[in-house]
Design a protein around this ligand. Sequence first.
Ligand SMILES: O=C1C[C@@](O)(C(=O)O)C[C@@H](O)[C@@H]1O
Length: 223
Amino acid sequence: MDFEEFVLTASLTDLDAEARARDHADAVEFRMDLADDPLAALDDYDGELPVLATNRASWEGGEAEDDEARLAELAEAAELACVGAVDVELKSLTASDGERVAERARRTGTTVVASVHDFERTPPKQDLRGHLDAATERADLGKLAVTAESRGDVLDLLAVTHEYAAAGERVATMAMGAPGRHSRAVAPVYGSKIGYAPVDPEDATAPGQYDLETLAGLVERLS
Ligand SMILES: O=C1C[C@@](O)(C(=O)O)C[C@@H](O)[C@@H]1O
């Protein structure tokens, strides 16, 4: 997965749902931290869509508690043929074993996404740039999910997304929460390369997500 074009991913906690995502998604994000026995599920996977593997730490909004174990699992996932990309938190890449996951991914031609999440707010533009600089330096794509409290927050995020995309950097951005919901449809117009959506609305993996069919329709109409 090179993310040259926008990739709409269906966020799944159960890979069996891939068949239901195929009509609208380009890939699936497998939230390993929310799944039972994720490596066995990946071994058994015989779907058509490539997998972006995420094993989100509890300190970054996920459910994986044991950092060493979750990064070891993610490194194993990175080497599987069905996995086209792995998501590693920027903090893991800079401060823990995340770089080892990235090395193992690179050895097998798996793309590395460095992610940053802010579940509280949208930091000032200069900080948004700082996050994207650090993420794009260490990975093939820098992803930034913030929490919008106002339309102005979304404008800041979109402006910075546009700057980076126009400069040829590969980035994915989205504003979580209700005020930022429309960013999920609009950010791709400004160069964001990944969108996330659950197949069923009740399976959302972040606040403010549209369901997959809705987001696919919005993105298609706006592009
Ligand atoms: O990092 C992201 C983005 C996300 O948080 C969102 O806001 O859509 C959803 C997560 O599943 C994914 O890992």
